[in-house]
Design a protein around this ligand. Structure first.
Ligand code: SAH
Ligand code: DHB
Ligand code: MG
Length: 219
């Protein structure tokens, strides 16, 4: 058995035990596949992690950058109160359309605002404060998304950034992939920024070897 197969099995083992069977989320993933969206949503276990983190910080307003079909958005929207809000930024009208249907189908549509357009252009007009920010879009812009997150989130807010490891490629200074270059630039900016205290969680599982940065904004 390869390490990858074992990671899958362990993900499956805990997902079966710790996550409820969820027809709504399964339907969202089917709708994404039917619409031809790339299968790059967070895993179920990671979606529940985002959900639990949002609940842990008592999040009422969450900002997401990178909606895709709204799979992670459903997990986050379920964590905020009925009068709370998830604002999620997406550049692709097609992705946003699929996400809108999934969010309405999940019964959380009234809590989610999808902001359509390139996030670097739309974020300047988004209004805070947010209790949590989840960054999961084009990795080349993560440094700029961090700047917006710090501007828009309240002191003590939680900032989560996906895909900061990418099979370990982050440690290769010669990798020309804009996602890797962008992640390394983001890591340096994060390291130098006194307004946020952060750490990394490397992950394995159904989506391979990757990781999240978790940070808390200083007061
Ligand atoms: N958070 C989602 C996955 C997001 S995939 C989930 O876990 O379910 C990344 C998304 O970011 C894609 O839908 C892509 O279209 C979007 N994206 C890429 N560049 C963007 C940009 N400049 N502005 C906003 N969204 C962008
Ligand atoms: C990609 C993007 C993601 O956000 C992710 O979680 C996995 C893969 C990608 O662009 O390949
Ligand atoms: Mg991601």
């Amino acid at each position: 058995m390869t390490a990858d197969d074992l990671w899958d099995q362990v993900d499956e083992y805990y997902t079966q035990r710790l996550l409820d069977d969820d027809e709504t989320l399964a339907a969202a993933l089917r709708a994404n596949a039917d619409a031809g969206l790339p299968p790059i949503d967070v895993t179920p276990a990671q979606g529940k992690l985002l959900h639990l983190l949002a609940r842990s910080v008592g999040a009422r307003r969450v900002l997401e950058v990178g909606t895709l079909g709204g799979y992670s958005t459903v997990w986050l929207a379920r964590a905020v109160p009925a009068d709370g809000e998830v604002v999620t930024c997406e550049v692709s009208p097609r992705h946003a359309e699929v996400a809108r249907a999934n969010l309405d189908g999940a019964g959380v549509g009234d809590r989610v605002r999808i902001v359509l357009g390139p996030a670097l252009e739309t974020l300047p007009s988004v209004e805070g404060p947010f209790d949590m920010v989840f960054v999961d879009a084009d990795k080349a812009s993560n440094t700029e998304y961090l700047e917006h997150a710090i501007r828009l989130a309240r002191p003590g807010a939680l900032v989560v950034v996906d895909n900061v490891v990418r099979e370990g490629r982050v440690v290769d200074p010669d990798d020309p992939d804009p996602a890797v270059v962008g992640t390394r630039r983001f890591a340096d900016a994060l390291a130098a920024d006194p307004r946020i205290s952060a750490t990394v969680v490397q992950t394995v599982g159904a989506k391979g070897y990757d990781g999240f940065v978790l940070g808390v904004l200083e007061s």
